[in-house]
Design a protein around this ligand. Structure first.
Ligand code: NAD
Ligand code: TYD
Length: 364
């Protein structure tokens, strides 16, 4: 029988890629999304054939979530809806708590109500709670996050995701809800909103605008191409053990400054600066501008993904270089998507963030 998946946050970056992935695997998909600033229906414009429905609703709305779970009756829930940008969480943390903690609670609790009988989960349903490696806090030069690393979140975003993860764990232990928690490293790829490092740098390079690197650019992230994340979530849903956590990573650690330089080189290959009028004779690397650092900036994230490799036979298929090439090409070929995503409210936020950081740097 065809699987039925409810995807929350399916109009966002990872969600829209996951919706496509699931439809390509013959899964019936219902996407529930509140369409916040981070959502983009353009990302779902070319879904092709497949059994797909979209429901505009907020995961904090219990009645709406109950009606949805009752009517669509999914056997898989992939819960991705969240506020996801660290810098925004520093400026306005309240919505991170309500969406990420209370929204997750609402979905878990409605699933408990509908899926469990006599206190135990009754069948092969799965609730995959999609989380981040940021819940573990920061690493020094050495070491990796494992599934047993102590939670130690730094930003309001990370803390709100940690709170949601704790609820997800509790719903397995207390009620037997078949929850699987995944903690993944930084994703990149097509359809990512250009407020995050990689799409921000690609779009700013192409438009000849300053490329703001926080601090000295020495912070390290592990990068995973989004399709590899979708494969991992599918593996977790299909073959994962309820109550078990899985760390997901690309084994591709890079310093931010090296990421930005790699982007300049890749953009140069795809669209040489001399052919790009917006550069006005400059080289892409000349756009790199060091600005004031992020408060509480985690130094390094790195994942030990050996459990998911061993138990679920998942491994990433892209290197950072192959994934970046695909990503730069996608942004070049989808100028209309970029144009629509980077107008309006986006402009105000990005311009303000950049101007404030530049000012703070100069005041030091
Ligand atoms: P995103 O910001 O691109 O998309 C989030 C989506 O959730 C948007 O479509 C938005 O409209 C929706 N949403 C927000 N609040 C909602 C609400 N109250 N009700 C319903 N929908 C709501 O995020 P993303 O980068 O695609 O991340 C998806 C998930 O994966 C998040 O839970 C995030 O914490 C997690 N994650 C992201 C990364 C990453 O690098 N992007 C890495 C690891 C884990
Ligand atoms: P980001 O994409 O916001 O992801 P996260 O904070 O969840 O890891 O940022 C990735 C890294 O890039 C992080 O160390 C902050 C840095 N960064 C910049 O240097 N400049 C920027 O404009 C942005 C958005 C991020």
């Amino acid at each position: 029988m065809a699987r039925r998946a409810l995807v929350s946050g399916g109009a966002g970056f990872i969600g829209s890629n996951l919706v496509k992935f699931l439809l390509a695997h013959g899964v019936s998909v219902c996407n529930v999304d509140a369409l916040t600033y981070a959502a983009n229906l353009d990302s779902l414009a070319d879904l092709g054939a497949g059994d797909y429905t979209f429901v505009l609703a907020d995961i904090r709305d219990r009645d709406a979530m109950r009606e949805l779970l009752e009517q669509f009756d999914p056997d898989l829930v992939f819960h991705l809806a969240a506020e996801s940008h660290v810098d925004r969480s520093i400026e306005g943390p309240a919505v991170f708590v309500t969406t990420n903690v209370l929204g997750t609670f609402t979905l878990l609790d409605v699933a408990r109500e509908l899926w469990t009988a006599n206190g135990r989960a009754v069948d092969s349903r799965r609730f995959v709670h999609v989380s981040t490696d940021e819940v573990y806090g920061s690493l020094g030069d050495d070491g990796l996050f494992t599934e047993t690393t102590r939670y130690d979140p730094s930003s309001p975003y990370a803390a709100s995701k940690a709170g949601a993860d704790h609820l997800a764990h509790a719903y397995f232990r207390t009620y037997g809800l078949p929850v699987i928690v995944t903690n993944c490293s930084n994703n990149y790829g097509p359809r990512q909103f250009p407020e995050k490092l990689i799409p921000l740098m690609i779009t700013r390079a192409l438009s000849g605008e300053p490329m703001p690197v926080y601090g000295a650019g020495n912070n390290v992230r592990d990068w995973l191409y989004v399709d590899d994340h979708c494969e991992a979530l599918w593996a977790a849903a299909e073959r994962g053990t309820p109550g078990r956590d899985y760390n997901i990573g690309g084994n591709q650690e890079r310093r931010n400054i090296d990421v930005v330089r790699a982007i300049c080189a890749e953009v140069e290959r795809a669209r040489p600066a001399r052919t790009n009028e917006a550069l006005a004779g400059k080289q892409y690397e000349e756009l790199i501008t060091f600005v004031d650092d992020r408060p509480g900036h985690d130094f390094r994230y790195a994942i030990d993904a050996s459990r998911i490799a061993r138990e679920l036979s998942w491994e990433p298929s892209e290197t950072f270089e192959s994934g970046l090439e695909k990503t730069v090409r996608w942004y070049l070929e989808n100028a209309r998507w970029v144009e629509r995503a980077t107008s309006g409210e986006y402009r105000d936020w990005i311009d303000k963030n950049y101007a404030e950081r530049l000012e703070a740097r100069d005041a030091r």
